[in-house]
Design a protein around this ligand. Structure first.
Ligand SMILES: Nc1ncnc2c1ncn2[C@@H]1O[C@H](COP(=O)(O)OP(=O)(O)OP(=O)(O)O)[C@@H](O)[C@H]1O
Ligand SMILES: O=P(O)(O)OC[C@H]1O[C@H](OP(=O)(O)OP(=O)(O)O)[C@H](O)[C@@H]1O
Ligand SMILES: O=C(O)c1cccnc1
Length: 471
């Protein structure tokens, strides 16, 4: 497509693309935006190396002048985006790229790849975090099951943004500063062919100890031997607790709790892992399982119940031959697939009184609801569903990250992003946060944008009909 634009001389026409998803992942009431850090790294390094040019010369047989254009290519676009940890919803722009048509086009797939995966995992993590309860801890254990190494690294970062407390991936700890936490595997006990010898060896080489107690028999061997080693080592170790990884974890955890309490270790925590997700955790908590720390792997890192977020990247405006920006629309028989034309901004509307969200309000980028006394918000498909909001705050969701190719946004520390997403969830009513059949969060269009969209739909339909008649 870049070659076409370049050969036809339209590669430098100004264009605006916007990225949004149509359906909420996991049937959840909100999504947590993640991926911006990697988008920034990707854009900063975006160029064609000598070997790239060589490959394209061989494989694609591109004209030399086009290869020279690629060799000198530098991304010159402006990127506006939601920030990591913010709540985002379906049918609203979460990322916008404005600039030369070819530049905008080149980055489409990479941006979608990054934002789709990381937003999906952050959202899954938030769902899991929501059932663990404020006293519980939840650790990311997924590296061995992730779709390869990149997904493990960036997936655990997204999980941390979504509310996880720590990861067992030490490399992710090193790169991003995520708290690292973990236990040991069955093979350590198997190597010694004894719970006691395995735990003792581990205790002699580690200060913080969590013993995995289910290799042979949790209640008859694992826990009694963990207690024995804790007694023998005394202050030489921090006996943090034990991990169970199989069996009926409600029943076993209660018995383990009893054994630890009776041995004088009421502070020792019970860790659990084994194919956990939000459903099993909720169910185990309903059964009053005595579990303090949850290790979650496969179901989180692979987004097991919904393996992809369907965010798309659509052209919403382009410069015409006369240098005028023209808004574009994509029609479809499927109403959900009709795009909203024009360069936009999304405003998060909250009540001044309690800071709670009233909904999101999409406008043209040059509209500003902040100055208005009251805001008329209506459902874009069922316009009879409407309300007038007063005493409100309006916060623009899309922030400028790159301006004409230059990075202008300073990413906060990852810990700040982790806390930010929790604070953003506080501003959302519980009706949108329940994990089953949540209320639809309002994502409305301004009157001006709505009227413009309807006008453009009619105009395009008429154009097509007239053309068909002529043909
Ligand atoms: N009390 C419980 N209520 C609901 N689900 C539970 C309970 N205890 C364990 N589970 C879950 O049930 C599933 C049991 O799976 P599975 O049969 O593979 O475990 P297992 O019998 O321990 O076998 P393995 O040793 O292969 O892991 C896991 O997802 C586990 O988290
Ligand atoms: O169950 P997940 O949520 O993916 O969490 C990670 C799992 O990985 C480890 O075991 P592994 O699956 O390697 O072996 P095991 O089940 O035989 O212990 C660990 O003991 C957890 O059970
Ligand atoms: O630290 C652990 O116990 C751990 C980490 C990853 C996978 N399973 C267990």
């Amino acid at each position: 497509m870049m070659l076409t634009y370049w050969q036809k001389g339209i590669h430098n026409r100004r264009a605006v693309f916007e990225c949004y998803f149509r359906k909420m992942p996991f049937g959840n009431g909100y999504a947590i935006f993640a991926g911006l850090e990697r988008v920034i790294r990707y854009i900063k390094q975006l160029s064609f190396s000598d070997s790239d040019i060589e490959y394209l010369r061989e494989a694609e047989n591109y004209p030399e002048e086009f290869l020279t254009y690629l060799k000198n290519f530098k991304f010159k676009g402006t990127i506006r985006s939601a920030v990591e940890g913010d709540l985002v919803f379906n049918k609203e722009p979460i990322l916008q790229v404005e600039g030369p048509l070819a530049d905008c086009q080149l980055v489409e797939t990479a941006l979608l790849n990054i934002v789709n995966y990381q937003t999906l995992i952050a959202t899954k993590a938030a769902r899991i975090r929501s059932v663990v309860g404020p006293a519980g801890n939840v650790m990311e254990f997924g590296t061995r099951r992730a779709q390869e190494m990149d997904a493990a690294i960036w997936g655990t970062r997204a999980a941390y943004i979504g509310g996880f407390d720590a990861t067992s991936n030490v490399r992710a700890g090193k790169i991003f500063g995520i708290p690292v936490s973990g236990t040991h595997a069955h093979s350590l006990v198997q190597a010694y062919r004894s719970d006691y010898l395995g735990f003792k060896a581990y205790a002699q080489t580690h200060k913080d100890c969590v013993f995995l107690v289910d290799t042979y028999d949790t209640l008859k061997s694992g826990v009694p031997n963990a207690i024995r080693v804790a007694n023998e080592m005394g202050d030489q170790i921090n006996f943090l607790g034990v991990r169970i990884d199989s069996g009926d974890m409600a029943y076993i955890s209660k018995r383990v709790r009893q054994q630890l309490d009776e041995a004088g270790y009421p502070e020792a925590k019970i860790y659990a892992s084994n194919n956990l997700d939000e459903k099993t955790i909720q169910n185990l908590r309903m059964q009053h399982a005595k579990i303090d720390v949850w290790g979650v792997g496969t179901h989180l890192i692979t987004a097991y119940d919904q393996p992809a977020l369907g965010a798309v990247y659509k052209l919403v405006a382009i410069e015409d031959e006369q240098g005028q920006m023209q808004d574009t629309i994509k029609l479809s028989n499927n109403a959900a697939k009709v795009t909203t034309p024009g360069k936009k901004q999304v405003w998060r509307i909250t009540k001044k009184a309690d800071g709670k969200s009233e909904g999101d309000y999409i406008t043209f980028s040059d509209e500003n609801p902040l100055g208005q006394e009251s805001l008329y918000m209506f459902h874009p498909n069922y316009t009879y569903i409407n309300k007038t909001v007063t005493n409100f705050n309006a916060r623009p969701l899309l922030r400028t990250i790159f301006r004409k190719g230059q990075l202008v946004y300073a990413q906060p520390e990852l810990t700040a992003i982790h806390h930010y997403s929790a604070a953003m969830l506080e501003s959302l009513w519980d009706e949108y946060k329940r994990d089953l059949n949540p209320q639809d969060y309002p994502v409305d269009l301004s009157q001006k944008l709505y009227d413009h969209k309807i006008k453009l739909i009619h105009k395009m339909r008429k154009l097509v009909a007239d053309k068909e008649q002529r043909d």
